[in-house]
Design a protein around this ligand. Sequence first.
Ligand SMILES: [Fe+2]
Length: 199
Amino acid sequence: MDVTTLIDAVAQIKSQADELTHQEIIDSLSRPLAEFTTSAENQGFAEAYGPSGNYTRLLLNDPREPYQIVLVFWGPGRGSPIHDHDDTIGAVSALTGEAKEIKYGVTRCEGERVKLTQGSEFTIAPGRVTPILPEADKQLHLMVNEETRWAATVHIYLTAIHRYRQYEPTPDGAFRTAETSLWFDECRVGRRMPTRTRI
Ligand SMILES: [Fe+2]
């Protein structure tokens, strides 16, 4: 599946999302995402791409669209803090390499301080998709590339994220939320990816 077909599929799912259950949305996103991330042409693009830093975040589609398809490059050993996704629904897979995901649930909130419970672990790899759901026990995660080679992951956010929260550990075992804006090193990168039709 090329990038144009993936963008078209996400636009279609976005337009029907009101009539679908969360599980139906996850299933409809997972199929094209798994096809996209197991395509040798797309993997070749990621292998050949020279990331500008050891965490590089590219938007594949147009920033004016109401959803985001994001390509992230992770240097060896590089990871994210625990973060939420501003209540969007989405799906994540890997194009090259693999990344470990650990989900977290929010158990108690006191203003900016929250208590978190560690949930399931998952290995994100080409064709293996993890869901992002708005529910409190499925919304937060961290990701880390524990391998010695680079990883490239693909994230679909059905509602574009502009601001989200990172969760920083405090000495007493709780976490403090820090609002952060979602930035991209570059937008519309899908235009440079292998595709059968113009974007
Ligand atoms: Fe995330």
